[in-house]
Design a protein around this ligand. Structure first.
Ligand SMILES: NC(=O)c1ccc[n+]([C@@H]2O[C@H](COP(=O)([O-])OP(=O)(O)OC[C@H]3O[C@@H](n4cnc5c(N)ncnc54)[C@H](O)[C@@H]3O)[C@@H](O)[C@H]2O)c1
Length: 246
């Protein structure tokens, strides 16, 4: 019961890593608010949790919607913000539409900034913390993934910058960098056309059965959000089966 009585907001909770994170925090006593654009998936997660959970639909592309989500989650204070929502769109750089690039950055990057900015006054009051889901794509390049990798490198930069800015005030900000995780996102359509597949596949998990389950990533979020990591801020925890090891 690492989060007994703690008020926790999890975004992206309709699916994959966000759902697994919400379920884990709920099992450990958190008072949860869950957000996602997918209302049906969000309702499913709420039903899986049972008990009291506040399900708030929001659109990460819409700043006002992000702020309203934080407001709903922090009506009685906020201890933890888990930024999980995100999207992936593959494609060769030469033909990647600027509109797709900008949309992906709005969802994966700008929304994280807006949510953190709205949550920080509440986290200052509780000496709470933030955990953002970045990616191995935030620590190394991924071919045919120019927008996604840019968006996650930016999240890594925000984690480190905000961690420095808020450390003296007692608010910790950390990140999890998953490698390949078995979720709907990884099952999305791969890039079409002239793709150098050996280049894409050069950096796969090294552990036997190294592809992560959403629950593996949820455990990392819970560790970083818990008091067990009270001396950890500005850190990036790769959960990638050794993908980044070489
Ligand atoms: N699956 C992987 O291999 C992998 C690897 C590294 C990092 N990640 C990151 O993990 C996070 C979760 O991804 P996942 O694998 O669970 O995928 P997922 O597709 O199962 O979940 C992503 C969730 O984000 C929500 N979302 C998307 N756009 C939104 C919007 N505009 N507003 C609100 N919510 C929106 C979706 O509805 C969905 O529920 C993402 O940030 C992703 O980039 C995933």
């Amino acid at each position: 019961m690492r989060f007994a009585g703690k008020k926790v907001l999890v975004t992206g909770a309709a699916s994959g890593i966000g759902r697994a994170t919400a379920l884990l925090f709920a099992r450990e006593g958190a008072m949860l608010t869950i957000g996602d654009i997918n209302e049906a998936g969000l309702a499913e997660t709420a039903a899986m949790i049972g008990g009291t959970v506040r399900a708030v639909p929001y659109d990460a592309e819409d700043h006002a919607s992000c702020r309203a989500l934080v407001e709903a989650a922090s009506a009685n204070g906020l201890d933890v913000l888990c930024n999980v929502a995100g999207m992936l769109k593959w494609g060769p750089t030469a033909t990647y539409a600027v509109e797709d690039f900008e949309r992906l950055l709005r969802i994966n990057t700008t929304s994280v900034f807006v949510l953190c900015q709205a949550a920080l006054p509440h986290l200052l009051a509780t000496k709470g913390n933030i955990v953002c889901v970045a990616s191995t794509a935030g620590l190394s390049g991924i071919p045919y993934s120019v927008a996604y990798s840019a968006s996650k490198h930016a999240v890594v930069g925000m984690i480190k910058s905000m961690a420095l800015e808020y450390a003296a005030a007692g608010v910790r900000i950390n990140g999890v960098c998953p490698g390949q995780v078995a979720t709907p996102m990884t099952r999305a359509a791969p890039p079409q056309g002239e793709i150098d597949w050996p280049l894409v596949m050069r950096n796969v998990p090294k552990l036997a059965d190294g592809i992560c389950d959403p629950e593996d990533i949820a455990e990392a979020l819970a560790f970083l959000a818990s008091d067990a990591s009270r001396k950890t801020t500005g850190a990036l925890l790769a959960v990638d089966g050794g993908q980044l090891a070489g």
